[in-house]
Design a protein around this ligand. Structure first.
Ligand SMILES: [Zn+2]
Ligand SMILES: [Zn+2]
Length: 401
């Protein structure tokens, strides 16, 4: 029986699991029911799941070559979002205000199916596969999994992750070398002036006009300071100041996000958060203001390793039978898969699921978001066959692995 036939035999069961998870979404680090469903399923396959980071689940498939072979990590994320679902489907969310609006329900179901197929081939796998079901992707839960040893005992050699993606059409796979999902820094800036009467602005130090200038001047960062070939997006999304229309306030608080598709640590002369602070300092000097600047990195850039992307592309070409359906795709959204990709060679791949005919082309994190479930078997086949190809290349010393 071919792998495709095996995967297709699991399709109904997989969709059933996905719909069950969809109906019972849970927010990050609260995925208690979800973790239970995953554990039960893994145990039924003869694996021994263990908990990590509270609601994370990890299980190792030890193949024929036992502990001596390479270790591949396959990762799915399991959390939902604080969104009220607007879809009218039989499996709509039963938890008010919580929804699987990013496809993590599908990721979980696909990885469980991949585990089922791979367990049946256990004796032919010359190494170990770690199935990792990660909580709280939407707020960087991966770091906690890594801190609790997800990449150790034995050490993981490579990692593969997959995201259902509505911006890409159903039937396509996006696999790209280099930065594929953006770093995201959240900044908080307090511009401090001196409050006063709007009839005597010269005797005050007006922080509002300084902020107006900052928002304009800081835009240069994206095109004049950082190379155009290194996508950078600066957005001011929150401004707070003032109590009354005839009072100049003492200070203004501005917040926003700074996203970029490269790693400043490898590119020291172009460091977006550092450059933003320089601009804040310059603008404040002009306006006689002072400032506090804090920036917190929520996600690092996800950087795909060439040898891992090659593996995925070769596999995808076999599965899709048409190389034109394998596309280059990058996103300015963040993804905590960076926590793995920074430490081991990794590929993070997009599985196109956008299909306007059935309404699955809404953006991620939208209350109308949904998945083209017919694309899920392709995702499973990609996980299974890329894993097999990994062991084949790794043990033969080919493909740069
Ligand atoms: Zn998301
Ligand atoms: Zn997501």
């Amino acid at each position: 029986m071919t792998i495709r036939t095996e995967v297709l035999q699991l399709k109904d069961e997989m969709i059933g699991i996905r719909r069950d998870l969809h109906a019972h979404p849970e927010l990050g680090f609260e995925e208690y029911r979800t973790a239970q469903v995953i554990e039960n399923q893994l145990r039924s396959l003869g694996l021994e799941p263990r908990r990590m980071a509270g609601t994370g689940v990890v299980a190792d498939l030890v193949g024929g070559a036992a502990d001596s072979g390479p270790v591949l990590l396959l990762r799915a994320d399991i959390d939902a979002l604080p969104i009220q679902e607007a879809n009218d489907v039989p499996y709509r969310s039963q938890n008010d205000g919580v929804m699987h609006a990013c496809g993590h329900d599908a990721h979980t179901a696909m990885l469980l199916s991949a585990a089922q197929v791979l367990v049946a081939m256990k004796d032919d796998i010359p190494g170990r596969i770690r199935f990792l079901f990660q909580p709280n992707e939407e707020v960087a839960g991966a770091e906690q999994m890594v801190a609790e040893g997800a990449l150790e005992n034995p050490p993981v050699d490579a990692a593969l992750g997959l995201h259902i993606w509505t911006p890409l059409p159903s039937g396509t796979i996006g696999a790209t070398v280099g930065g594929v999902m953006s770093a995201m820094d959240v900044f908080h800036i307090v511009i401090k002036g001196k409050g006063g009467h709007t009839g005597y602005p010269d005797s005050a130090i007006d922080p509002v006009i300084a902020v107006a200038d900052l928002i304009q001047t800081a835009q240069r960062l994206q095109t004049r300071d950082i190379s155009l070939l290194k996508p950078t997006a600066l957005v001011f999304s929150k401004i707070e100041a003032g109590t009354k229309n005839n009072i100049i306030p003492d200070e203004v608080v501005v917040e926003g996000t700074l996203r970029y598709l490269f790693d400043p640590k490898l590119d020291g002369d172009e460091d977006p958060p550092k450059r933003l602070e320089e601009i804040v300092a310059g603008v404040c000097a002009v306006h006689r203001c002072t400032y506090d600047y804090t920036v917190e990195q929520e996600n690092e850039v996800v950087v795909n390793a060439p040898e891992m992307v090659k593996l995925v592309r070769e596999t995808a070409a076999e599965i899709l039978g048409d190389e034109k359906q394998i596309v280059e795709h990058r996103s300015m959204a963040g993804e905590d898969f960076a926590a793995y990709a920074r430490r081991v060679p990794a590929a993070f791949v997009f599985l196109g699921t956008g299909n306007p005919e059935i309404g699955t082309d809404n953006p991620h994190h939208n209350p109308h978001f949904n998945v083209d479930e017919d694309t899920m078997p392709t995702g499973v086949e990609l996980l299974v066959r890329t894993a097999l190809r990994f062991f084949e290349k790794k043990t033969s010393g080919k493909g740069g692995l």
